[in-house]
Design a protein around this ligand. Structure first.
Ligand code: SF4
Length: 413
């Protein structure tokens, strides 16, 4: 089996980005991009004038609506960029999104550095995105269930909301997240889910759990351990009418700003941790509703199978930085793993309001950002997709105009 294909076997379906890119609704833009990359490399080889990037935008973005947050989580990966003074101007942000949608944008993940539901006009903004026929998902801390409920009627099938809760008990929830409203409990947060599902049963609701164990740290702050609450959290999520729980390992920021997984840093023996996680997953799966899913994220799977190092060997050119970008109040970046990192910045937050500028900046980063170095420690979820795109660029056979894949209407990258 080919290396790129082997990599694809290990990933969750939601992370099989190569399959997603072969859907008829996304494939034509992939073809435009690959043909341009081929022409660019040929012109470079021949010393000819370099062709301009075609008039395309990323197919999917992570959009940080705000850097404001009402929690102070010990394990927060975006700690350094939270609560900055920078803000989006709502009309400029909308203009930028409209320009992108005209050029191929299909999905928006509302996420942080910050808590998206705190954005003034969050509900209206979701309605605006849905009017553009975009797929929309939200990653939230769950503190504003009222706003998710108000936005619920706007979502359509395939959209999802994921709550980052990381705990099974109120005590661990509060010790991990330090909500600014001291009385906020996990019970209260989970009580919104039934109401949201009643308002719109098409909206998929997820419970996200970043597993922490003794030894993980953010700078000098020792994190709270929650590995013993995996089963409790699964039962709670199942009872509260979530559709699934997803477990991920704790990530840290390197000195260069990249998000990395560093299992060697654990004080506990990694093997013992992995065995504990596996037995918790087994017990969790035996304790939940039949239609409730207990998922191990791709990062967790590769940590447990000992193959995580394979995902740190990236091609020099990261093609995904064209197909998926990150828009934040601090600027536009090439990748969620490099949010807020100056080297990974394409331009300011409204760079896509003026498409030629954004395309020039993307062309610049495609050339200058050496992923084999900058992401050499990152367990990159896009690793096999990047190698697959690199093969397409290097291949000589013409690309088929007819999409090789089946339409799943899953446009999140
Ligand atoms: S190689 Fe992976 S981690 Fe690096 S910029 Fe690309 S997608 Fe992000």
């Amino acid at each position: 089996m080919h290396a790129a294909q082997k990599g694809r076997k290990a990933v969750e379906r939601v992370h099989d980005f190569a399959a997603k890119l072969q859907q008829p609704s996304l494939w034509p833009k992939v073809v435009d991009y690959v043909r341009w990359q081929r022409a660019l490399r040929k012109a470079q080889q021949d010393g000819k004038q370099l062709p301009e990037m075609p008039d395309i935008a990323p197919l999917s973005i992570n959009l940080d609506l705000t850097t404001a947050c009402n929690y102070a989580c010990d394990h927060c990966i975006d700690w350094d960029i939270l609560n900055s003074k920078e803000k989006h101007a709502d009309d400029e942000l909308r203009a930028s999104i409209e320009r992108m949608a005209e050029r191929g944008l299909r999905s928006v993940i509302l996420i942080g550095g910050g808590e998206p539901t705190l954005y003034p006009g969050f509900v209206d903004f979701v309605a605006f995105l849905k009017k553009l026929s975009l797929s929309v998902s939200v990653v939230t801390n769950g503190s504003r269930g009222d706003r998710i409920l108000a936005a619920a009627p706007h979502f359509t099938k395939g959209d999802w909301v994921r709550l980052s809760l990381d705990s099974g008990s109120n005590d661990v929830f509060q010790r991990m997240h330090h909500p600014s409203k001291k009385s906020l409990t996990l019970d209260e947060i989970c009580s919104w889910v039934k109401k949201i599902k009643t308002a719109n049963s098409d909206l998929e609701m997820g419970f996200s759990f970043v597993i922490t164990w003794v030894g993980g740290s953010r700078g000098d702050v020792k994190i709270v351990e929650n590995i013993h609450e995996m089963v409790m959290a699964s039962k709670r999520a199942s009872d509260a009418m979530f559709d699934y729980i997803s477990f991920k390992p704790f990530l840290e920021r390197q000195e260069n700003g990249a998000e990395v997984m560093d299992p060697a840093k654990t004080e506990a023996e990694l093997q013992a941790v992995v065995a504990r996680i596996q037995s918790n997953l087994d017990e969790a799966r035996a304790s939940v509703r039949a239609d409730f899913k207990v998922l191990a994220s791709t990062n967790l799977r590769v940590l447990m199978s000992g193959t995580w190092k394979d995902y740190t060997r990236q091609p020099k050119t990261c093609h995904m930085q064209m197909l998926r970008q990150v828009v934040t109040p601090l600027g536009t970046y090439n990748c969620p793993a490099h949010r807020g990192v100056p080297k990974a910045m394409l331009g300011d937050k409204d760079v896509w309001a003026v498409p030629p500028a954004a395309q020039h900046e993307t062309t610049r980063l495609l050339k200058d950002f050496d992923a084999s170095v900058e992401c050499g420690e990152v367990t990159c979820l896009y690793n096999s997709t990047n190698w697959w795109l690199e093969e397409l660029v290097n291949a000589s056979a013409d690309l088929p105009d007819v999409a090789p894949g089946v339409e799943q209407r899953d446009w999140f990258l």
